[in-house]
Design a protein around this ligand. Structure first.
Ligand SMILES: Nc1ncnc2c1ncn2[C@@H]1O[C@H](COP(=O)(O)OP(=O)(O)OP(=O)(O)O)[C@@H](O)[C@H]1O
Ligand SMILES: [Mg+2]
Length: 332
């Protein structure tokens, strides 16, 4: 079982849409997939579920069937994580299990910040807190015999994301070819490496050998260039300039490696895909509550849309295979 997180501290680059589509693509490729919504904005949950269902999952008071319910005993200091509930979602004869997000997850930020330094003192409760997400993902995977967990996180470098990223075996970075994404990499890369080093140091202080903890893996699997996120108010030549800089910035900030002069995104081994702008197909898919590549004529995918839906299926098949290859996920 592999856990793959999709992470960029720059907002709105398309992380959640990517996780949603890849979860369905891996289900289509025959894997048992869990999509885990670790963003307190819960946009992934809103993509998968109808509003009525979300209302049931987020009643006044306790939320036993969301991720908040899982970590609630830790938050309250009354015990360890509760068994996770998974919401089974169906589309086009496939199914994906969702670990439902919760706006209340933001209340975990302070607890996680406080636990991080205490791990260095060998404090078992601190290790239980930092590893709560990982252990929740592990329990979810075991209950479904899952092959793969895809994790969506919010756009920041806070303590929730640190715990989420530590829990992942691999991290994919979706980015846009613009100033904001590349500036974002300057912060993301070093922070990401300091989290890995910090966790490695802390692991040596763990006082509870039986506690399942994530290893210090969190390997960067590569980046996906999200072309829909290009700012249309910028000239085309500025787009080309930012595209040129991606391979160098990724090497320098994320991999801590020297630049390879003249490397183009298209030839870069760290580039997993250049993902298209799917234009009106994206809102059509959100409306139909299914990924673009499952859209049918009854959903409005007729004429040129039908061809674009087939192209999208190819794009995501290729991307899913690339990521699986990098992360060691066996596919048929
Ligand atoms: N390939 C695409 N083609 C067209 N539109 C897209 C594509 N990917 C994402 N979008 C649109 O871009 C917007 C932002 O996407 P999304 O919410 O997935 O970004 P995000 O990175 O998760 O944002 P946040 O940082 O707020 O979590 C959404 O309206 C989404 O429908
Ligand atoms: Mg998002």
């Amino acid at each position: 079982m592999k856990i793959i997180a999709f992470f960029n501290n720059k907002g709105g680059v398309g992380k959640t849409s990517l996780v949603y589509h890849l979860a369905w693509m891996y289900a289509d490729l025959g894997l048992t997939v869990i999509a885990a919504d670790l963003d307190p904005q819960a946009n992934l949950s809103a993509m998968f579920l109808e509003e009525d269902r979300l209302q049931e999952l987020w009643p006044d008071g306790l939320h036993p069937d969301t991720l908040l319910g899982v970590i609630q005993p830790i938050l309250k200091g009354t015990g360890d994580i509760a068994p996770p509930h998974l919401e089974s979602v169906e589309a086009d004869g496939r199914s994906v299990d969702l670990l439902v997000g919760d706006l209340g997850l933001s209340g975990f930020e302070d607890k996680l910040s406080d636990a991080w330094p205490r791990c260095l003192d060998g404090d078992e409760a601190a290790f239980r807190t930092i590893s709560a997400f990982y252990r929740a993902l592990l329990a979810a995977a075991q209950s479904q015999e899952a092959d793969l967990i895809l994790v969506d996180v919010g756009p920041n470098l806070g303590a929730i994301n640190r715990a989420a990223i530590i829990a992942a075996h691999h991290v994919v970075i979706p980015l846009a070819p613009d100033l904001f994404s590349l500036q974002g990499l300057r912060n993301l890369g070093p922070t990401f490496r300091s989290w890995r080093k910090g966790w490695d140091e802390r692991l040596k202080k763990n006082p509870a050998p039986d506690l399942p903890l994530p290893g210090p893996e969190m390997q960067p699997a590569g980046y996906v260039v999200m072309q829909h996120a290009i700012r249309l108010d910028r000239p085309v030549k500025s787009y080309a300039r930012w595209m040129e800089r991606i391979p160098t910035s990724y090497r320098q900030y994320v991999m801590d490696k020297p630049a390879e002069e003249g490397m183009r995104v298209e030839d870069d081994r760290y580039c997993l895909a250049l993902l298209k702008h799917y234009r009106s197909l994206m809102p059509m898919a959100m409306e139909a509550r299914k990924p673009i590549f499952f859209l049918r004529p009854a959903d409005g995918a007729i004429g040129s849309h039908a061809a674009a839906v087939r192209d999208c299926h190819h794009d995501f098949t290729d991307l899913a295979r690339q990521i699986a290859d990098r992360c060691g996920v066996p596919l048929c």
